[in-house]
Design a protein around this ligand. Structure first.
Ligand code: IMP
Ligand code: MG
Length: 184
């Protein structure tokens, strides 16, 4: 899917495919340096983190395993509530592992702070977070995010894994939808 497929549903591209690629490579270099001599358990949060997982994992040189969780933070539309439920748990035991959570976006931060706490309580040796996007202005809780791709304004965005009503995840860039899409 590309901008041309969206017609006037796309209001603006805020982060291009090239910018994402470059930034993920920089993040991977920092992660490689920080994790030297250790092995990573890279945990992706379904479904938004699929693209970040695929591209970040391929840019990393540190030995790693990939595992997935699906969690739902109760809430409808475009707001998260902070009440989290596990829809699919990890297949791996995290005891003694160096867990790096890969996420698409941190909005309120409620989902990730819950997840990081959950994995720490299972006995992980360390739990860090790598997120492509962060909306700093709307954070409800302090989340310690070690690796952040881009800070963006508090707007609803789609693409590169992020959806609106399950659509637009396969856009190679991050963009903002036109107002009329939400009112259809
Ligand atoms: P949080 O708990 O408010 O930080 O929300 C985290 C989750 O909400 C993310 O993993 C996304 O799935 C979703 N989300 C938050 N902001 C956006 C957005 O702008 N576009 C699409 N999904 C979003
Ligand atoms: Mg998500």
């Amino acid at each position: 899917m590309d901008a041309a497929d969206m017609g006037d549903d796309l209001a603006e591209i805020i982060i291009t495919e090239e910018q994402i690629k470059t930034r993920l490579r920089e993040m991977a270099a920092q992660i490689d340096a920080d994790y030297a001599g250790r092995e990573i358990l890279l945990v992706g949060v379904l479904r938004g983190a699929v693209m970040v997982m695929a591209d970040l994992a391929r840019a990393l040189h540190t030995p790693l395993e990939m595992d997935w969780m699906d969690i739902s933070s109760y809430g409808s539309g475009t707001k998260s509530s902070g009440v989290v439920r596990i829809l699919k748990d990890l297949d791996s035991d995290v005891t003694g592992r160096h867990v790096l959570i890969a996420e698409d976006i941190i909005d309120s931060g409620l989902t990730l702070s819950w997840l990081a706490g959950n994995l720490r309580s299972r006995g992980a040796a360390s739990v860090e977070i790598a997120a492509l996007l962060r909306k700093p202005e709307v954070a409800k809780v302090e989340v310690d995010v070690t690796y952040v791709g881009f800070d963006i304004p508090p707007e609803f965005v789609v693409g590169y894994g992020l959806d609106y009503a399950e659509k637009y995840r396969n856009l190679p860039f991050v963009g903002v939808l036109a107002e009329h899409v939400y009112n259809r």
